[in-house]
Design a protein around this ligand. Structure first.
Ligand SMILES: C[S@@+](CC[C@H](N)C(=O)[O-])C[C@H]1O[C@@H](n2cnc3c(N)ncnc32)[C@H](O)[C@@H]1O
Length: 314
């Protein structure tokens, strides 16, 4: 069968992509995406991620930022990633697949950041098998080990103890999801007892850094794309306000245009320093910039679990 003909703009994009030095370099280093270089540059300039930190990565697939972050946080840290798309397991990274705009995904993520075990509805049997395959252990081992442990850290310890060769990767890549069979999301419990008790119900674990590289599928119509993109940045800020520890950092991709200046002004209220950066790896013709906000001051939403009530605002 003849191959479908590419449009001129598709061909241009492909040529540009394969000529791109960051694409070539990512390929050479075996990295998941050229996006890694953006975070690398921000890290060099702003020293955002440190060993032992808990980092939340929103819009994580295919995993360039998570891959970078996990090397910085080390064994004592955590990287909790979320994307609407699937992501190949990455050693040490806990992944939640779901649409961040959806209430239950937002709540699930909030719970996990605060140490809750994954909820059953977010456990996918295929993931258990995929994780096992990635770690070269059988699926039953992964599921059993994950269910045996009470918390993420315990799961990690059990996996490392029982299967130091392969299962470490299993815990790293996805065992938290597998553990969900016995889990009740702590955020659910929290919302049931009300906002005041929420923080203590989920534990005050929190995050040191929230990253958001989320971008909607672009239609090409700015009147549609810009509000969609700003909605994702606002949601990411909502999560950051709830989970960041005082002094924490928030990095968010923003498309300059309608609403971006107002968003910058909002950030300035909650963080001591906000810088607008355009990393070298960010294409010149793209309106994307990264707002790097450091020194979280705390917020009325700090430690407050989002509500399970679907009619309530997140
Ligand atoms: C630019 S890519 C991220 C690249 C990533 N930082 C990396 O280093 O590989 C943007 C990601 O945002 C995700 N995304 C867009 N809308 C989302 C949503 N509503 N919920 C979760 N992820 C979303 C997309 O699926 C896409 O993978």
């Amino acid at each position: 069968m003849p191959k479908p003909k590419r449009t001129a703009s598709q061909s241009r994009w492909l040529k540009e992509h394969f000529d791109d030095r960051f694409v070539k370099e990512a390929h050479k280093r075996g990295l998941r995406s050229r996006a890694s270089f953006k975070l690398e540059e921000l890290q060099k300039k702003d020293r955002l991620i440190r060993p032992g930190f808990t980092v939340v990565d929103l819009g994580a697939a295919p995993g360039g930022w998570s891959e970078f972050a996990i090397t910085w946080v080390g064994a004592k840290g955590r990287v909790i990633a979320c994307d609407i798309l699937p992501m190949r397991p990455l050693r040490g990274v806990e992944f939640l697949q779901g649409d961040f705009r959806e209430n239950d995904v937002f709540i699930e993520l909030y719970g996990r950041i605060n140490g809750a075990k994954p909820s059953p509805e977010f456990v996918d049997e295929d993931d258990v098998v995929a994780v096992a395959a990635a770690a070269d252990v059988d699926a039953t081992t992964v599921a059993t080990v994950a269910n045996e442990a009470e918390s993420h850290n315990e799961r990690q310890a059990v996996l490392n103890r029982d299967n130091s060769a392969g299962a470490g990767a299993a815990s790293a890549a996805g065992a938290p999801k597998a553990g969900a069979a016995s889990a009740v999301g702590a955020a659910g419990a929290a919302s049931a007892v009300g906002a005041a008790d929420a923080a203590s119900a989920v534990g005050a674990a929190g995050a040191d850094v929230v990253l958001s590289d989320m971008a909607p599928n672009m239609s090409g119509n700015n009147a549609i794309d810009q509000p969609r993109a700003m909605y994702l940045t606002e949601l990411a800020l909502d999560m950051a306000r709830r989970v960041l520890k005082v002094g924490g950092s928030f990095v968010v991709k923003v498309f300059t245009g309608e609403g971006s200046q107002e968003f910058l002004a909002e950030l300035k209220k909650d963080f001591t320093t906000v810088r607008v950066r355009k990393p070298e790896a960010s294409r010149d013709r793209s309106r994307e910039v990264y707002m790097v906000a450091t020194g979280f001051k705390g917020h009325a939403l700090s430690g407050v679990a989002p509500s399970l009530d679907p009619t309530a605002d997140l």
